[in-house]
Write a protein that binds this ligand. Structure first.
Ligand code: G3H
Ligand code: 13P
Ligand code: ZN
Length: 315
């Protein structure tokens, strides 16, 4: 059942984080739904601009509709990840999305707030909620590349003023994470003090943590042993830190890179072990099972595992 993102956040705030997982193809979609059913968790399916281009919007949306039919017990929201203004309007007008993200964080504050406000007005008129971003995460966001040094943390006073001016329903905050596989070096990690300061000024307000993959060293090792060349400097968020961020208002956690690593590891190992093989359904089947297990594991860490019935009762 597709629900609004707001409905999920109302149950989750302070208690668990809703996993927001990107999809690009059928295998990811089936693995995602199976993993959430396996762990009895509510979740968010996200579609990026890149995914819309890669797999065709109609294909992605109809895959989600098919999954909804195949898994009638699933409770989830459908979200546009890192949208520009035009893509947000497209999704709002389609009537299919629960929420959209307008990512205008590369603009100065005033312009970011003004763009976000325009999107909020169009979205709210249709009952769709809006996630915005303030501060810049490191890594690559669609076409915008930000390096670690220039990734500035979200200023709490600005966050409060931004929400007031724009009317956005949730806010992606820069709290130390970045997109992709190279988030941290040495002892870097999440900035809990910063999250706490933001929560103080925005109590009961859902914060979104992008760039939340954990880039497991074991996964990177196996990929490299099977012919990959991922630098071992790749390092992500310690998944045990999610539980500390949740009481501070982190209500949505975005994970994409880790799922790509599962895909890469399964396929590299398969074709290394069976060099004569070419039936892609074999590694595809393994991938779907492994991805489902991965999702179930993440949901345990996000404390969303087992919360499906609580959400169902709240609807
Ligand atoms: O934050 C970005 C997500 O990982 C989606 O990535 O734009 O390559 O589809 P993508
Ligand atoms: P990762 O690259 O850490 O998976 O982040 C994904 C994300 O933030 C999607 O919006
Ligand atoms: Zn992101």
């Amino acid at each position: 059942m597709i629900v609004t993102t707001k409905q999920l956040f109302e149950v989750a705030y302070g208690k668990f984080a809703v996993g927001a997982y990107n999809i690009n193809n059928m295998e990811q979609t089936l693995g995602l739904f199976r993993g959430n059913i396996q762990s009895k968790a509510p979740f968010i399916v996200q579609i990026s601009k890149g995914a819309r281009k890669y797999a065709e919007v109609k294909m992605l949306e109809n895959m989600i509709r098919a999954a909804e039919e195949l898994f009638p017990e699933a409770i989830f929201a459908v979200h546009l990840d890192h949208g520009d203004e035009e893509t947000c309007y497209d999704c709002i007008d389609s009537g299919f999305y629960s929420s959209v993200m307008i990512d205008a964080s590369h603009h100065p504050f005033k312009e970011n707030a003004a763009i976000t406000k325009r999107v909020v007005e169009r979205a709210h008129a249709k009952g769709i909620s809006v996630e915005a971003e303030l501060g810049q995460l490191g890594g690559v966001e669609e076409d915008v590349k930000v390096d670690e040094k220039n990734a500035n943390l979200t200023d709490p006073n600005e966050a409060k003023e931004f929400v007031r001016q724009s009317g956005c329903d949730s806010l992606a905050v820069a709290i130390g994470t970045s997109h992709g596989a190279y988030k941290f070096t040495g002892s870097q990690g999440l900035h809990f003090n910063r999250i706490a300061e933001i929560q103080k000024l925005l109590p009961q307000y859902p914060l979104v943590m992008h760039g939340s993959s954990s880039v497991p060293a074991e996964e990177v090792r196996r990929i490299n042993e099977a012919g990959g060349g991922i630098p071992t400097t790749a390092k992500g968020v310690d998944e045990n830190e999610f539980a500390k961020a949740i009481p501070l208002g982190v209500t949505k956690v975005n994970i994409d890179t880790d799922g790509r690593l599962v895909w890469t590891r399964v396929h590299r190992e398969f074709f290394r072990d069976y060099p004569e093989a070419f039936d892609f359904r074999k590694p595809g089947t393994t991938y779907m099972t492994e991805y489902a297990n991965f999702i179930a594991h993440k949901n345990e860490k996000l404390l969303s595992a087992g919360k499906l019935e609580e959400v169902r009762k709240s609807l």
